[in-house]
Design a protein around this ligand. Structure first.
Ligand SMILES: NC(=O)c1ccc[n+]([C@@H]2O[C@H](COP(=O)([O-])OP(=O)(O)OC[C@H]3O[C@@H](n4cnc5c(N)ncnc54)[C@H](O)[C@@H]3O)[C@@H](O)[C@H]2O)c1
Length: 271
């Protein structure tokens, strides 16, 4: 049971593919906190994933939108405003994809067409979504817009590949657009930098299991789960965080501030 933190609020959630998706958990948590939501994903994901199951549970409409298409985004925001009979209070961008990662290209042997496609899907789409919403004046004052990021934007993780640059771009858009949205509409724009999480996108990264375990052993509180991430997102959509904007917020059990943990020292000493 939620705490009604989002009672009366209306939101759009991008990126719920299946029940492992972080966006799936955010949708459930938002609805259990009293929100009305619209779910959206790329047309192919609507066919291959199980989003309609989630829509039934959440009593929400599903609108197809490729997040790289301005036409699709305009249609999404316009339809949402008609359906909600008003503007939107919160938006979650939970989208990531690298063609180079999918095709197992090494970082030292990137294909640049793949790179550009991945950048568009994972990062430029955030700017497109913000710009479409801004021009349509689709978001209520003190609304909240969030995207999900990863610490590879600041530090190198060899197999995260070109997704590292995508996340750096994404976090920069939150700061730059956050300035304009804050100044003109009091609207917040932030990114959450989440722990490794077992999802379709996550497990696409080479060596993900070892990556996951390492982070779990370094973080004093262990890895943050998708369910905990959903709760954090809801707090950032709520009126309790109205002045938080232009931030990259670590949600990682303490990973980002830890040099080494006793567990790792013990493992090294055993050698
Ligand atoms: N899983 C992790 O370890 C982890 C850690 C930190 C951050 N993140 C980020 O969380 C976000 C959500 O990923 P997830 O782990 O829940 O995986 P996921 O695979 O469940 O979600 C990725 C989503 O992106 C959608 N998508 C891809 N191309 C699209 C397009 N053109 N238009 C619209 N949607 C599109 C997919 O359909 C899918 O729903 C991503 O930004 C990811 O980078 C994930």
């Amino acid at each position: 049971m939620g705490n009604n933190l989002l009672k009366g609020k209306k939101g759009i959630i991008f990126g719920a593919l299946d029940e492992k998706s972080i966006a799936w958990k955010v949708a459930e948590e938002a609805v259990s906190n009293g929100a009305d939501i619209i779910l959206t994903n790329a047309p192919i994901a609507l066919r291959m994933g199980s989003i309609h199951e989630l829509a039934k549970k959440c009593n929400s409409k599903v609108i197809a939108a490729d997040a790289t298409s301005i036409n699709d985004l305009e249609n999404l925001f316009n339809t949402a405003m008609v359906d909600f009979d008003g503007k939107i209070d919160f938006v979650l961008h939970s989208i990531g994809m690298s063609v180079n990662v999918r095709k197992k290209r090494a970082y030292t042997d990137l294909n640049y067409d793949f790179l550009i496609k991945g950048l568009d899907v994972s990062a430029i789409s955030f700017h497109k979504m913000l710009q479409v919403a801004y021009k349509l004046n689709a978001i209520n004052d003190y609304g909240s817009i969030l995207a999900l990021s990863y610490i590879a934007a600041q530090r190198t993780f060899p197999d995260y590949n070109d997704m590292a640059e995508n996340k750096s771009y994404l976090e920069s858009v939150a700061r730059s657009f956050g300035y304009h949205y804050g100044k003109n509409h009091n609207i917040r724009v932030n990114t959450i930098s989440q722990s490794p999480t077992l999802t379709t996108a996550g497990s696409g990264v080479l060596g993900f299991d070892a990556f996951f375990e390492y982070a779990n052993k370094i973080s004093p509180m262990g890895n943050a789960s998708a369910e905990d991430c959903a709760k954090y997102c809801v707090s950032l959509f709520s009126d309790y965080t109205r002045m938080v904007t232009m931030q990259n917020l670590f949600h990682d059990g303490g990973f980002s501030s830890t040099g080494v943990s006793q567990e790792i020292i013990d493992m090294m000493e055993k050698k």
